[in-house]
Design a protein around this ligand. Sequence first.
Ligand SMILES: *[C@@H]1O[C@H](CO)[C@@H](O)[C@H](O)[C@H]1NC(C)=O
Ligand SMILES: *[C@@H]1O[C@H](CO)[C@@H](O)[C@H](O)[C@H]1NC(C)=O
Ligand SMILES: *[C@@H]1O[C@H](CO)[C@@H](O)[C@H](O)[C@H]1NC(C)=O
Ligand SMILES: *[C@@H]1O[C@H](CO)[C@@H](O)[C@H](O)[C@H]1NC(C)=O
Ligand SMILES: *[C@@H]1O[C@H](CO)[C@@H](O)[C@H](O)[C@H]1NC(C)=O
Ligand SMILES: *[C@@H]1O[C@H](CO)[C@@H](O)[C@H](O)[C@H]1NC(C)=O
Ligand SMILES: *[C@@H]1O[C@H](CO)[C@@H](O)[C@H](O)[C@H]1NC(C)=O
Ligand SMILES: *[C@@H]1O[C@H](CO)[C@@H](O)[C@H](O)[C@H]1NC(C)=O
Length: 458
Amino acid sequence: MDSEKSMFGGAIRPTWPSLLLLLTTMLVLSYQISTMTGLPSWAGSVWGASETAPADPTRSRSCSGFFFGGVGAAPPRRKTVMSIRDFGGVADGTTSNTEAFRKAMRYMQTKQESGGAQLNVPEGRWLTGSFNLTSNFTLFLEEGAVILGSQDPKEWPIIEPLPSYGRGRERLGGRHISLIHGDGLTDVVITGHNGTIDGQGKMWWELWWNRTLEYTRVHPVYCSNVVIKDMTILAPLNAPNTDGIDADSCTNVCIEDCYIESGDDLIAVKSGWDHYGIKMARPSSNIIVRRVSGTTPTCSGVGIGSEMSGGISNVTIEDLHVWNSAAGVRLKSDKGRGGYIENVTISNIKMERVKTPIKFSRGSNDHPDKGWDPKAVPKVKGIFISNIVSLNSTKAPVLQGVEGASYEGICLRNVTILGLAASAAWQCEFVAGFANDVFPTPCPQMQDMGSFNWCQQH
Ligand SMILES: *[C@@H]1O[C@H](CO)[C@@H](O)[C@H](O)[C@H]1NC(C)=O
Ligand SMILES: *[C@@H]1O[C@H](CO)[C@@H](O)[C@H](O)[C@H]1NC(C)=O
Ligand SMILES: *[C@@H]1O[C@H](CO)[C@@H](O)[C@H](O)[C@H]1NC(C)=O
Ligand SMILES: *[C@@H]1O[C@H](CO)[C@@H](O)[C@H](O)[C@H]1NC(C)=O
Ligand SMILES: *[C@@H]1O[C@H](CO)[C@@H](O)[C@H](O)[C@H]1NC(C)=O
Ligand SMILES: *[C@@H]1O[C@H](CO)[C@@H](O)[C@H](O)[C@H]1NC(C)=O
Ligand SMILES: *[C@@H]1O[C@H](CO)[C@@H](O)[C@H](O)[C@H]1NC(C)=O
Ligand SMILES: *[C@@H]1O[C@H](CO)[C@@H](O)[C@H](O)[C@H]1NC(C)=O
């Protein structure tokens, strides 16, 4: 995997609550400035034109340029550029820089309407508690720069739960703020020359095991126009609830060229939980995930749901490489969720030693509180899965829909799952779809002629 790794830029190491961005428009994470020239391609909408009519096929498969006015455009230049040292920062790995970062951000906020600002973090180990970003702002980690998350919980204040979840996902009440946090911002870039954000998550994982902690992750919520590119995200493989990247109630999101090792899903797409998510009604839509590789022993390469009550649509996932993982592609919903999952295209996935390559499942009575509505069933239709090869798998696909809300238009084409025992059988329930060129032979629910046309059109 060396050749793949060498192209990744920033690294997020054992993170716990590392990065959370709320209500943010135009966000670029770990954008490698050095690769800008030549790469930009997407002028205009994240969804559409360049996908179907590529002028240059090598360019068409990157959405990295789509914020900056199209081909050849540069990322925003900020009028004010300063270093964390200018704010009294000390890079010895033990001195707290929380005040330095907060002071820097207060100053940079005054520049947001006059050309914006960039904060450079030079080489060295910068210990800090949580700080908030601002608009028209670039956080730039120079080569050898490491931002270290403070081990003092007092430096991670508790904030309100997300309204689309109503409560903490794992526990009641609020959540610790993220190490790098932003709320209601526009035009934020976090980038650099292969810098590292190390949340030093061990303390948080212990707190979680000790059942005293809520979780958070690299987590854009209620955001639009998000690019997450060239990142390496490493969490111990046994660390709880450490999804690599969660796109949560976000629109126009491009995640590409990332390497992720995680104790939870590598990439997850969500949109709120039961009645809280239905009420908030913030869907996740127009999401592209491509060229992501990694491993997660207990979870899946890509997970859609289980919280999807605000709706999820127009998701394209392609060119993934997943190994030594519990599942490859997972879709999860249940009664009470409401919402929908529609127009999901998953193709070109290579899996090795993935236990269950394709898994649609229900939760296990997993609701925020007693206020959930058993009549709120999810609507799932138009899931296209093609060009999948899975080697040394142990379970045939599991396709479990929700009773009273059968999934429709589930299309499988050119799917080869090898390594299964001869007795391994598909498990299908409350689904209808069509499978073409699929091995091993699918369940009868996947020979639904009503779905045939739907699947052929794609
Ligand atoms: C960001 O900068 C643009 C001009 O480039 C300005 O129009 C906008 O108001 C600024 N945003 C904020 C939140 O100050
Ligand atoms: C950061 O923003 C949150 C709201 O999103 C707020 O509760 C917190 O006090 C802010 N922290 C700082 C240091 O300004
Ligand atoms: C980035 O840094 C990591 C170590 O933190 C190193 O393994 C990797 O090769 C570096 N990548 C580049 C492109 O310099
Ligand atoms: C978690 O509990 C273990 C013992 O059960 C203890 O040694 C450890 O210090 C606790 N960790 C935290 C962060 O509270
Ligand atoms: C999804 O894409 C289709 C076109 O392919 C478009 O008609 C629809 O509006 C999109 N949905 C959302 C929520 O953007
Ligand atoms: C799904 O795609 C169809 C056809 O492009 C479009 O009409 C529909 O609006 C899309 N659904 C959603 C929820 O975006
Ligand atoms: C089937 O999928 C494999 C693996 O992605 C790909 O190499 C092959 O070209 C596909 N075949 C067809 C007919 O599309
Ligand atoms: C699959 O398993 C066989 C037999 O154990 C082994 O020889 C082969 O290397 C494995 N392949 C992969 C891709 O794991």
